[in-house]
Design a protein around this ligand. Sequence first.
Ligand code: ATP
Length: 146
Amino acid sequence: AELESMKVDLSAFPSCQFFSVDAIVRPWRLPFVVSKLASCGIRGMTTQDVRGVGMQGGLRERYAGTEFSDTDLVSKAKINVVVARTQVELVSRIIAASAYTGEIGDGKIFIHPVADVIRIRTAETGAVAEHMEGGMEDMRASPEDK
Ligand code: ATP
């Protein structure tokens, strides 16, 4: 319920059109996060297997019963989604809701400004390059047109 009303503050970058939403989540949650994003029209995303450390409780969750120091790294999944400014909040909420367990180690979301986007195949830039046909924006724009 808190995730549904979660606010994202982009005011530090008032004129930035695009943002990169970078989430670090539990690896076994990644398929769920990806499928949720895809079903909401996110058609472009990149994932990575990473290792990280946060609150030490995160270590406990994966390695219960084993001794680890604060500097041990835990396997995590990173998901990167570049979206239009108006989509950042919704995408962040979708990621948070689908990564959530309530236990320590659920992860974090970092939001970065993106100055421009270039589609290599067509040399398109800006909003045209960021837009994906049949994607979230098209799905939400006047469904009666279809
Ligand atoms: P094209 O129409 O030429 O296929 P495209 O915009 O669909 O262009 P791709 O070339 O299919 O882009 O994308 C290449 C890779 O770029 C993808 O596999 C993905 O890793 C990454 N990618 C594309 N769009 C995004 C995005 N919005 N956010 C994050 N990663 C993306």
